[in-house]
Every structure is written in structure tokens, then in C-alpha cells.
Design a protein around this ligand. Structure first.
Ligand SMILES: NC(=O)C1=CN([C@@H]2O[C@H](COP(=O)(O)OP(=O)(O)OC[C@H]3O[C@@H](n4cnc5c(N)ncnc54)[C@H](OP(=O)(O)O)[C@@H]3O)[C@@H](O)[C@H]2O)C=CC1
Ligand SMILES: CC(C)(CO)C(=O)C(=O)O
Length: 284
């Protein structure tokens, strides 16, 4: 059986797609969300997949031996970890942004693959709203034939294998961290943020590229800069959304962890330290 732990913006979309594709899937949610999903179903509005309500099985604990798609926010990981360990899952395909979670899950004895998902999904008024017309999943090569991977592909997600887990996670992280930190710090979409703070943006991509490279994924600042400038100008990040709302937010996964890695590698990161410090301050 498949289980989607954390049926929020990303997990909810994937759980509904898996259910619509005829998979034996359960949404594993906290009690209030579980009750709501049982009563109303999981309503999805997607530019890519259409609009429907999935009346899928719901539980508050992962079933024993399930193949798990994990889609909680990074700050929720300590809360769901004990239950996940108890469930002895066959596999855990982790879709969280960041890099540190994969090691945390592995240290807990879980058979994990850290994957990255490119999607723009939000929970709005009880529904999952998926914008942008894309839903791309990159998994490590050794998870390409996993049950979860194949089921998601069969359900309509664009899946590709992208090398080692470190490469898969860092390729997204090196680009997402500057994007998320700049938009959150300026509280502006990426276009205006880059225009307003060119020096900060340049410093930030240089620092993040240096940390990514030290972690074994050679990364050029110019490549990160180009990737940021190719984004739609109006694009915002989920970190920005959560910081704007006063938290909780994934600032440790998207900034704090980078600071810790920079320190470990002896890399000077004044811009990163300033942005992370300011954003942490707003969340206190
Ligand atoms: N949204 C997006 O477009 C993208 C998000 N991501 C990443 O995917 C991951 C999931 O993000 P997203 O789907 O947006 O997050 P959401 O907040 O929308 O969903 C998280 C889900 O985890 C559940 N959860 C379980 N336990 C806890 C707990 N103890 N505390 C808080 N939540 C808990 C939430 O429960 P409840 O329903 O009770 O709140 C919710 O169902 C993040 O790492 C994010 O960075 C990656 C790409 C794009
Ligand atoms: C930038 C985006 C929407 C890309 O998938 C994302 O992952 C996030 O904001 O957390």
C-alpha cells in the first residue's frame, strides 16, 4: 500500500492523483485534517490535471510496511518521525525542500530517498490549488524503480532520475535557497527582489555556490544567477508566504542548515548570515 504522509499542498495533490489513478493509497494526516478529509474529501484545482474531489482513505498513522511519500514541512519532521519509524515503511520517498532531512531519516533507520519536486501548489480555503502547469519530480537513480516513483509517474507526474541523492537535492537547494531567502527578506516576488537588491543577490548566490561546491556538487554563481533571472518575475516562494504569515516557516532547512554547512567548511558567508538572521528575527 502507498501512504502520503502530510497531505498538504504538495502531498494533497499527489495523494489525489494517486487515488485517481486507481492506486491503493492512504492520506496520513493530523487528526483535524484527517477529519476534514474524511468529511469533505480532498478537493484539487489544477491547471494541469483539472478539478476534482478525491474521496480517499485517511489515517492518522502510517500503515505498517507502506511505501511512503513524505511531504511534511521540514519543521514537522521531528513530530512525524517516531510514527514513521514505528510503521517500518518499505520505502520513504522524501519530497521536502532542503538537504538535511534525508540524513535525519536515514539515521532513524528508514529506507529513504531524498527527491526534489518542482511544483507550485498551495492550500487555499480547504482546497489544493496547483498553478503553473508543471509537476516535475526528480529522484535519485537508485530510487527510479521504487514503488512510489512508478506510481507517481503512472498518476501523471513527470518523473526523471537525476543522479545521486546529493546531486538531486543540491541542484534544487542551491537555486531554491537564494530564491526563498531573497523573496522572504524583501517580501517581494523574485523579479522586484533581484532588481531592488542586486548586490545582496550577487553575494548570496556566490556564497551558496561555494557551499554547494564544498558539499561535492560543483556549482557556478553565474549559473545560479541565470536560473533566478529565468524565473517568472512574479514568482514567490513558500518560505516567503510562511514568513509573511508570521510562521512557522522552513528557515532552518532553507537557511540555517546552509549556515551550519558553511561553518563546517570554513566558508565566510556574511550575506547569508545577515538574511537568515533577519528572517529568524521576524519569526520570533
Ligand atoms: N508548496 C509547494 O509548491 C512546494 C513545496 N515543497 C516542499 O514540500 C514540503 C511540503 O510543503 P507543502 O506541501 O507546501 O506544506 P503544507 O504545509 O501545505 O503541507 C504539509 C502537510 O504536513 C502535515 N503535517 C503533519 N504533521 C505536521 C506537524 N507536526 N506540523 C505541521 N504540519 C504537519 C500538514 O498537516 P495539516 O494538514 O494538519 O496542517 C500538512 O498536511 C516542504 O518541504 C516544501 O518546502 C517543494 C516544492 C514546492
Ligand atoms: C520555488 C518553488 C515553488 C519551486 O517548486 C518551491 O519549491 C518553494 O517555494 O518551496
Amino acid at each position: 500500500m502507498l501512504a502520503v504522509v502530510g497531505p498538504g499542498a504538495v502531498g494533497g495533490l499527489l495523494a489525489a492523483l494517486l487515488h485517481r489513478a486507481g492506486e491503493d493509497v492512504v492520506a496520513v494526516a493530523r487528526p483535524a485534517t484527517a477529519q476534514r478529509l474524511l468529511a469533505d474529501g480532498l478537493h484539487v484545482r489544477s491547471e494541469l490535471y483539472g478539478e476534482w474531489t478525491a474521496h480517499l482513505p485517511v489515517a492518522t498513522e502510517a500503515p505498517d510496511g507502506a511505501a511512503v511519500v513524505l511531504a511534511v514541512k521540514a519543521y514537522a519532521l521531528p513530530h512525524v518521525l517516531p510514527d514513521l519509524v514505528t510503521a517500518r515503511p518499505a520505502e520513504v520517498l522524501a519530497l521536502l525542500n532542503g538537504t538535511a532531512h534525508a540524513e535525519t531519516l536515514r539515521r532513524a533507520g528508514l529506507p529513504v530517498a531524498g527527491a526534489s519536486i518542482q511544483v507550485e501548489s498551495m492550500r487555499e480555503g480547504g482546497a489544493v490549488v496547483h498553478r503553473g502547469g508543471f509537476c516535475n519530480l526528480t529522484v535519485p537513480d537508485d530510487a527510479a524503480s521504487w514503488r512510489t516513483t512508478r506510481a507517481l509517474e503512472g498518476a501523471g507526474v513527470a518523473v526523471r532520475a537525476g543522479g545521486t541523492e546529493t546531486e538531486v537535492l543540491w541542484r534544487k537547494y542551491a537555486f531554491l535557497a537564494p530564491m526563498a531567502l531573497l523573496t522572504s527578506w524583501t517580501d517581494a516576488p523574485i523579479g522586484p527582489a533581484l532588481e531592488r537588491e542586486p548586490a545582496l543577490a550577487a553575494g548570496l548566490v556566490a556564497e551558496v555556490a561555494a557551499v554547494a561546491t564544498a558539499e561535492g556538487v560543483p556549482t557556478e554563481p553565474a549559473g545560479l544567477d541565470r536560473a533566478l533571472r529565468r524565473l517568472p518575475e512574479t514568482m514567490r516562494s513558500s518560505l516567503q508566504h510562511d514568513v509573511h504569515a508570521g510562521g512557522p516557516a522552513e528557515i532552518e532547512a532553507l537557511g540555517g542548515d546552509l549556515l551550519r554547512l558553511a561553518e563546517r567548511h570554513g566558508i565566510d558567508v556574511p550575506v547569508l548570515a545577515r538574511l537568515v538572521g533577519d528572517v529568524r528575527g521576524r519569526l520570533r
